[in-house]
Design a protein around this ligand. Sequence first.
Ligand code: SF4
Length: 428
Amino acid sequence: MTVASSPAAGCRDLPVLRERGQREVFCGLTGIIWLHRKMQDAFFLVVGSRTCAHLLQSAAGVMIFAEPRFGTAILEEKDLAGLADAQVELDREVARLLARRPDIRQLFLVGSCPSEVIKLDLAKAAERLSAAHAPHVRVLNYSGSGIETTFTQGEDACLAAMVPVLPVTQARELLLVGALPDVVEDQALALLAALGIGPVRVLPARRSDDIPAVGPNTVFALTQPFLGDTHAALTRRGARAIPAPFPFGEEGTTLWLQAIATEFGVDPALFDHVTAAPRARARKAVAAHAGTLRGHSLFFFPDSQLEIPLARFLARECGMHPLEVGTPYLHRDILGPELDLLPAVPVLSEGQDVDRQLDRARTARPDLTVCGLGLANPLESEGLTTKWAIELVFTPVHFYEQAGDLAALFSRPLRRRALLARGLEAAE
Ligand code: SF4
């Protein structure tokens, strides 16, 4: 196979700056926005406060005008004070919801900060409600609480909750793990089919009738780097992970496919034949933006857990210079192949102490800063150019056909900044 991917120096052995201070991130409820679009017969019932409901509604934007597949069971003061039996009220709300929405086949009870603080046992509730509403509806639970979590952990917690109840199989199957937009998932499935790899199953499935089975002959490939708990849960079920870089950019996509192709013994000539045209398209699309990105410095605040794969893409395919790559968690098992490829960076950090990190960013004065919404505006007002990390999970960015769009997400703020500077010069 003809993939040239020699590591420049690699970051696997680089010392990691570990910080455990104040963090600036969204909570795991955010994942509901993309998960409810993916799982078409699922409903996500957050057991939380009005704050949780507001977060969901503002993150979902126009989606609130359609009949959504998510909602919030609001804990009132009497629930929080222990004056009402929240379990009884939850049973009543779920019965009402399921009577009104017979299309719901999977119901997720999603814990929040308030439900955790009052120690509402949602696992017990899910068990009881599953028994009450089986076989039409399966009820599971996970936590999206913002206490000690970051926003992509919501998806991880949701998928990890599904793993123990997946049926058993002895079949040798490939399982793709991660919620991708349907159009992107279809591209991946088409590439794998052209390579003769199959059967391929997907977690999460679009509909509950298609949920995958898992067993000792299942091999799985993550499509997102933030699925550490799901990885562990699948491993406990006997499945084996295929380690690989993540399918971002031409190089990442090729290496990800190549790792799977090697596992399934695909002929190298067939691999080259299937990937040649989309690789060329991806290279051309990235090149259209690399001119804007090349030579510019880059600083990642920890947010989406996509930071290390994206730094690798931006450094190796777009010629950028990462000054600090911060990530909320560094799963070495999952990110090892990425760390091998990422050119040595001045600072690789895990966790956050936001004030100290802001000081480092102000000293470094990067050309582009990737950070959460809460930090972006203040940094823009200080003259730094920013990219919102959350856009990276709301925009289709995986695999060959999206490689150009991924590069564009980073080139756009630099272009905008240059245009503004030119406009100001002209006005003076
Ligand atoms: S789960 Fe916690 S952090 Fe998230 S919206 Fe609710 S209260 Fe806020």
